[in-house]
Design a protein around this ligand. Structure first.
Ligand code: TRP
Length: 336
């Protein structure tokens, strides 16, 4: 049996949005009172695509600022950046030798991100899931809060853990992790196209609500958000194939921590303009204080760096210890 431990990772993008908050960070905040949690800014994953070094640096600080502004407690949780703890990369190499090429080729995220020209994608992008498995398993984490789109990577993490345990006859050495996917919203979609994930890379800023947007901008973006001509249904079935409507309803449910059917009870039969003004109020109430706090924290880069330094030290102790066991199991010796 393994001790319960939560691990999750977020890529360092500047300008985090409502999708990052509701899909990941809010869930992290809820978990911090129930589990021992390790939260990582996955900067090594970020460089699977080319990054501008200065931008990368400031994006890492902006991500940590968003974590803290959203209510993550750096004393309660271990919060750090991946590059600070070498054991992630070392275990990832070992997993490169455990996982099979066929497993990598099946990953839908790779296919999507590599696009038509697969031959020209970085090798790092292909083995991205092995580094993710290493992130999790180097802490022997048991629970991983992620969005729906990361489920396949977690399956792969389980396959790697099973194969390692089996190949090296060390039953139960690595835990078989469980995903923790938020109930009311598994992913936040674009405000312009309910079939696309809300994303920093979508050209139009109207497609997303950034944590740093002010009240006027939030009101305006929600007012303009795409819907359809029908009114709000009273039952969940009525949201079928109404992706934009379903998205706005789930955002409201998730922000207010109420089930979707309760939202439909309240707004069923009403038109979207009534609902949208309520939604705007909720977004402003929950998001604006976070945005303001991010701006404030970004003025104190020393403080932000000290959080990462502290968290990295704590993470390194656990990870180095576990990695030592792995080396022993596979017959490698570090003479240095
Ligand atoms: N791949 C995840 C994403 O894009 C980020 C990530 C990296 C992660 N390592 C992880 C998530 C470990 C959970 C656990 O969202």
């Amino acid at each position: 049996m393994h001790k319960k431990r939560v691990f999750s990772g977020v890529q360092p993008t500047g300008n985090l949005h409502l999708g990052n908050y509701l899909g990941a960070i809010k869930n992290f905040v809820d978990l911090q009172n129930k589990f021992e949690c390790v939260y990582c800014i996955v900067d090594l994953h970020a460089i699977t695509n080319r990054q501008d070094p200065n931008e990368l640096k400031s994006n890492i600080l902006e991500t940590i600022a968003s974590f803290i502004a959203s209510g993550l407690d750096p004393k309660k949780n271990i919060i750090f950046n991946q590059a600070s703890v070498a054991a992630h990369s070392e275990l990832a190499w070992i997993f490169n030798c455990v996982a099979r090429i066929g497993w990598m080729n099946r990953m839908t995220q790779f296919k999507e991100k590599a696009g038509a020209n697969k031959e020209n994608a970085s090798v790092g992008l292909l083995v991205y899931p092995n580094l993710m498995a290493a992130d999790i398993l180097v802490y022997k984490a048991t629970h991983v809060p992620v969005g729906e789109d990361q489920k396949q990577h977690l399956e792969l993490t389980r396959d790697i853990a099973k194969k390692f345990n089996n190949d090296f006859k060390c039953d139960d050495f690595f835990p078989i992790v469980k995903p923790l996917i938020p109930k009311e919203i598994s992913r936040v979609m674009s405000l312009r196209d309910g079939k696309k994930k809300m994303s920093k890379s979508e050209d139009s800023d109207q497609s997303r609500i950034n944590l740093k947007d002010d009240k006027d901008l939030i009101d305006q973006k929600i007012k303009k958000a795409k819907t359809d001509n029908d009114s709000i249904p009273s039952e969940i079935n009525g949201l079928k194939n109404r992706h934009e409507a379903a998205n706005l309803i789930s955002i409201y449910a998730s922000l207010n921590e109420i089930p979707v059917d309760k939202v439909l009870n309240e707004f069923g039969g009403k038109n979207f303009s009534t609902f949208k003004s309520k939604l705007s109020e909720s977004v402003v109430e929950k998001i604006s204080p976070i945005g303001k706090e991010i701006e404030k924290l970004l003025k104190d880069k020393k403080y932000l760096s000290s959080i990462l330094q502290n968290g990295s030290k704590r993470a390194d102790i656990i990870a180095t210890n576990n990695l030592k066991e792995v080396y022993e199991i596979i017959g490698l010796t570090k003479f240095s």
